[in-house]
Design a protein around this ligand. Structure first.
Ligand code: HC3
Length: 170
């Protein structure tokens, strides 16, 4: 790919054993206690009070603990989430953009993820996650940052689904 633009992608499909509307209210509904706990469970602290969506958008901030052999031990993360499509009869879609200003080149890239949720078989929900790293400047650590971002998104998605399944079974 080019020096700018987006050229690293994860594309995953996951099934969650509850109906679409249940997933929506747990992750994006007005009761934000679930999503707050899920975020705290992903090696994050200082999670803000999660705001409700206004005009289909909300911003969440937290500090993430990092575990790299070099670089900072933590970074602030600024997350904007936008509900881009909402139809509980068929599917809904949320776009997430995460900035992490405290890592090297933190102002030159952001991590963009689209979460698609649609009806699966037998009253379940299918989740599809597509992530890419978008560059607005040059970086000598492009490979390291892209790997860290993609691995991080992959493990936080896995954690999110595990947490959802636990919440559901209780
Ligand atoms: C900070 C991070 C990139 C961003 C990753 C995000 C915030 C992306 C969105 C996900 O929903 C959650 C998530 C998980 C992990 C975060 C990554 C961890 C490490 C990576 C750095 C850019 C890695 C490079 C740091 C270094 C070595 C240059 O100092």
């Amino acid at each position: 790919g080019s020096a700018m633009g987006s050229d690293t992608v994860i594309d995953e499909k996951i099934n969650i054993p509850v109906p679409l509307g249940t997933v929506f209210s747990l992750l994006y509904g007005d009761d934000t206690s679930y999503i707050k706990k899920i975020i705290e469970n992903q090696n994050n602290f200082n999670v803000c009070d999660i705001p409700k969506f206004v005009n289909n958008a909300r911003e969440i901030t937290y500090t993430k603990k990092l575990n790299n052999s070099f670089g900072p031990k933590q970074t602030k993360c600024i997350v904007t989430e936008t509900i881009e499509h909402m139809d509980l009869n068929s599917f809904f879609m949320v776009k997430q953009i995460v900035r992490s200003p405290d890592v090297p080149y933190g102002s030159s890239f952001s991590v963009h993820t689209r979460f698609f949720y649609s009806w699966g078989d037998h009253n379940t929900t299918n989740m599809k996650v597509v992530t890419n790293v978008v560059w607005t400047g040059k970086s000598m650590l492009k490979g390291t940052i892209e790997k860290g971002s993609i691995d991080g998104q992959r493990s936080s998605t896995k954690q999110l689904v595990d947490d959802l399944k636990k919440i559901i079974s209780n």
